[in-house]
Design a protein around this ligand. Structure first.
Ligand code: NAD
Length: 562
């Protein structure tokens, strides 16, 4: 029997257990169980009734039947057994050992010639696959906070490059206020700027406003722009969400910019452009979206691509007019090019423009989650991490800002970018806090797939590599194998996250600090070897900075030219 991928259960409300009572046999299996459930908590997921966590249709499990079977299996799993999950469905349990992962996941992977949306959707409709995005299908999504620091760092780099180190007095225009894109308004205001964020969905904008990611929502463009231009003049931070279609609104703002009515300084976008069915074409209203996409996916795709071409053309013309413009990791340039817009790639992706130097140091989005559910545990860890790295003022500024501005969604969590040589120290510290009873329950330690050595994605993380190796996907596979050999509690290999089917392959890993000596040994290995992949990747591609980091920090690279 086939399972319908649009299976919908509005009656189901999932929330991870809190406290120290185990449902599974140990914390090593309780952790993936709670994190799967946390991904589907209505406070965390964008459409939990459809098992959709974020990023268009990024799902945590293939169907509700598969979800129930995963839960049941995890509850009975021993500490020398490993559950295998194929595109969101539990397909086997094997006897392994205590160092082996408790769960191995492979999501959305297709053989090269078949790796396109059309084939994926055929298989999905047959109930044979699901789209795992990055942290949706690998159970380590921590809602909008998960991308906030990365987005903050990106806008800080923009400020550094063009605006004297602050966005005060600038106006940013962007689109898409969903699970990840919703971090943009706060990331801009934390850098001192003002920002207009356009989304077709008033609900999504209001959701971010409720959680203080966005200051204001307006349905009138004149009034939204008036507020923003006044904030820009007074160099005050302000974010306003505007309900509209980005393709139309970007064109309209370009017209007003040319007319001298407004001045836009920075332009980007985070609509779900990676999946044309998750981008609303200008022809349709939000109420028509689902039925039109289901009735004619091909026709809808074409219209979505045409709208994206209009939006990207406006972005290119903003760049012509002097604005700082970048692609924010959703592959909108390639969709626009597919629709026939030949200048689509004239603005850069955000990784080569701002993030690659960080990747050369193995820096990336390290995160942890308090399985107790108690926010006090995160407060304890925040302080402990600050004490561990007393010299790192940038990290202190970030943690203080996060404490003030981030409201927890689901299990309390923290994100903070750490590099090679730092992550394992943080992991050991968190494990020690558990062992000493300074926090109430074990802590899950993971990261985004968007990391220094975990992705092959030529329109994003590996765009414009020095040696032209953008599309080589051996790296994320080596990364997953390394994590599985180094004590991770769950490891995943996905295809298509961020930029869509056919365009990326990436790996994830999660460890569990349960306070035991075994966990300490595993975390030390895992959190040393995982960021080492970022160094290997960038040494090999010829980045001098990575070559020096390898020498200075004792990372063994047999053919390092330094
Ligand atoms: P999401 O599906 O939760 O949200 C997308 C939003 O876009 C929705 O609110 C939707 O209403 C809106 N939208 C769709 N079409 C629109 C249009 N024509 N005009 C205005 N709004 C429109 O997705 P998400 O998790 O926020 O991710 C957004 C994109 O960013 C995805 O492509 C994802 O892969 C990518 N992404 C980038 C990064 C990064 O660091 N750069 C990280 C994660 C995700």
């Amino acid at each position: 029997m086939t399972q319908n991928f649009t299976q919908h259960d509005p009656g189901r409300r999932i929330q991870a257990a809190r406290g120290t009572e185990l449902t599974a046999k140990s914390w090593q299996t309780e952790a993936p169980l709670r994190m799967l459930m946390n991904n589907l908590d209505p406070e965390v997921a964008e459409r939990p009734e459809d098992l959709v966590v974020y990023g268009g249709t990024g799902r945590a499990a293939r169907s509700w039947e598969a979800y129930d079977a995963i839960v049941e299996t995890l509850e009975g799993l021993d500490d020398d057994e490993t559950l295998l999950v194929q595109s969101g469905k539990p397909v086997g349990v094997v006897r392994t050992n205590r160092w082996a992962p408790r769960v191995l996941l492979a999501n959305s992977n297709l053989v090269g010639d078949w790796a396109n949306w059309q084939e994926f959707r055929r298989l999905e409709a047959e109930g044979l696959m699901m789209y795992g995005q990055m942290t949706a299908g690998s159970w380590i999504y921590i809602a909008t906070q998960g991308i906030l620091q990365g987005t903050f760092e990106t806008f800080a780099a923009v400020a550094q490059k063009r605006f004297g180190g602050t966005l005060a007095g600038t106006l940013t225009l962007t689109g898409g206020c969903g699970g990840m894109g919703g971090a943009q308004p706060l990331a801009v205001t934390l850098n001192g700027g003002s920002v207009l964020i356009v989304d077709v969905s008033e609900d999504r904008l209001r959701r971010r406003q409720r959680k203080r990611y966005c200051d204001d929502v307006d349905t009138d463009l004149d009034s939204a722009l008036e507020k923003l231009m006044s904030a820009k003049r007074q160099k005050q931070p302000l974010s306003v969400g505007y309900v509209g279609n980005a393709a139309e609104v970007f064109e309209e703002l370009l017209r007003r910019h040319h007319a001298g009515d407004i001045e836009v300084d920075i332009v980007t976008d985070q609509t779900s452009a990676h999946d044309p069915l998750a981008y609303l074409p200008v022809e349709y209203t939000i109420d028509e979206w689902e039925s039109e996409a289901a009735a004619d996916p091909q026709g809808f795709t074409k219209k979505a691509q045409e709208s994206m071409a209009r939006q990207v053309q406006a972005m290119v013309e903003f760049q012509d007019a002097g604005a700082e413009v970048f692609d924010y990791g959703n592959s909108i340039r390639d969709e626009a090019r597919t629709a026939g817009y030949s200048r689509a790639f004239e603005f850069p992706g955000f990784v080569p423009a701002y993030i690659r130097p960080l990747f050369c140091e193995g820096l990336g989005p390290f995160r942890w989650v308090a399985l107790s559910g108690d926010p006090e545990d995160i407060r304890v860890t925040d302080q402990a991490i600050k004490d561990l790295f007393p010299e790192n003022t940038h990290l202190h500024t970030w943690i203080d800002a996060a404490r003030e501005h981030v409201e927890f969604e689901g299990l309390p969590a923290r994100i903070c970018w750490l590099g090679y040589g730092e992550r394992h120290q943080a992991g050991l510290l968190l494990n020690q806090l558990v062992a000493e009873g300074k926090v109430k329950a074990p802590i899950v330690i993971g990261r985004d797939h968007l990391d220094s050595g975990s992705v092959a994605s030529p329109y994003r993380e590996t765009e414009a590599m020095l040696d032209g190796s953008d599309a080589i996907a051996d790296w994320p596979l080596l990364n997953a194998l390394t994590a599985a050999s180094s004590g991770a509690t769950w490891v995943s290999i996905h295809h298509g996250g961020g930029v869509g089917i056919g365009r990326s392959i990436h790996a994830g890993q999660v460890g569990v600090a349960d306070g035991t000596d075994l966990a300490a040994a595993k975390l030390e290995a895992l959190l040393t070897n995982d960021p080492a992949m970022g160094i290997f990747r960038h040494v090999d591609a010829g980045y001098e900075k990575a070559q020096e980091v390898a020498v200075n920090r004792g990372v063994q690279v047999p053919m390092n030219p330094k």
